[in-house]
Design a protein around this ligand. Sequence first.
Ligand code: XUL
Ligand code: CO
Length: 439
Amino acid sequence: MKKYDEIKKVTYQGPKSKEPFAFKYYNPDEIIMGKKMRDHLKFALSYWHTIDYVGADMFGGATGDKNFNLKDPKEIYRKKADFAFELMDKLDIDYYCFHDVDIAPEGKTLQESLDNFNEMVDYLKVLQDKHHKKLLWDTANNFGNKIFMAGAATSPNADIFAVAASKVKACIDADIKLGGTAYVFWGGREGYDTLLNTNMALENDNLARFLTLARDYGRKQGFKGDFLIEPKPKEPTKHQYDFDAATCCNFLRKYDLLKDFKLNIEANHATLAKHDFAHELRVARINGVFSSIDANQGDMLLGWDTDEFPFNVYDATYCMLEVLKEGGFKNGGLNFDAKTRRQSNTSEDILLAYITGMDTFALGLRIAAKIIEDGRIDEFKEDRYRSYKQGIGKKIVDNDITFEELDSYARGLTNIEVESGRQEYLQEIINNIIFSLYE
Ligand code: XUL
Ligand code: CO
């Protein structure tokens, strides 16, 4: 197998290619349903695992090294940034995203950390202009440092609320400077482990206060993008407040934040909440809060957040079907943790993880487009609800009926038939489209 340095650019070679460092399905400038694949997919490189993760798990330390034989922390982070943009060039990825602590070393004080961060933001600006890349979103890591052990906005200590605000403020400023189109709040440790020590009402109100203050600051500074919540049901806390898409919608509605906040749906978080990935996307869509996707998948047998690079074609297909039905990404995109496995500890593995993930979603897009063009699934669904197009059904959806009228209508019914849902037929259609795609 070729070495990382030998691979200058990963190009599309089509499904018959056996070249490991080539796309088999992702052809960035190919038009599908009137749009380039790159614009449908809006791939974003996620900094954290790609650039910083070195294979450590709960039972052992690093298996890789991302310090590039350097000692000075500032030099290391500059080199990491160079590496990130080199990767984006090789993979033809247009966007990236990061946490504050991913891009710069943490200092001994908050002030020192902010200075390091701002210095690196300026460096990223130089790199993104030089490499013609765009920031999709950034976020503050308000969960790693021990001061956040009891949460950030939901910490029982108000000083921590202030520290968290200072970090988010710096990230919003950076987002504006780098032209990001979204800002992400993943809950981190905003949740609890036991009700015995938790004032849930105050913590929820404070979380809403924090998001409102961040929104007000961002808008005042001219940020026009989406503020995003990334739902997750558990991990690190036993119960995360942003449990799933429906819970987040309720929260946003209760605190009057729906105008500015949408969701960043992560595949692995959906399954941790015992939902399909597509379920979470659909809930977001029907509530008008779909924006962006964190595409790494989980492992159903493990049951924790494995953040694995995506290779499940069915999930990617149903995901891209939701994205197409939504009319595509607007301020959001599709970011990858693409966390290589602990045993995959080389730069080649990072490329291979991205190639597999991007090809999986490219294939998902191609299949989803075919499902729409084929039309059988949509036709079936449309026909299944035809009773709401006329007569009593039409009156129901037009809100033009009373319970008394329904009662007298129902008493007059003599022959009621509920038709088969035909799930078997529909699943066969999906398989048929998938497996005849390259015949
Ligand atoms: C954690 C997770 C985060 C967010 C950004 O489970 O998914 O990396 O995507 O904070
Ligand atoms: Co995520």
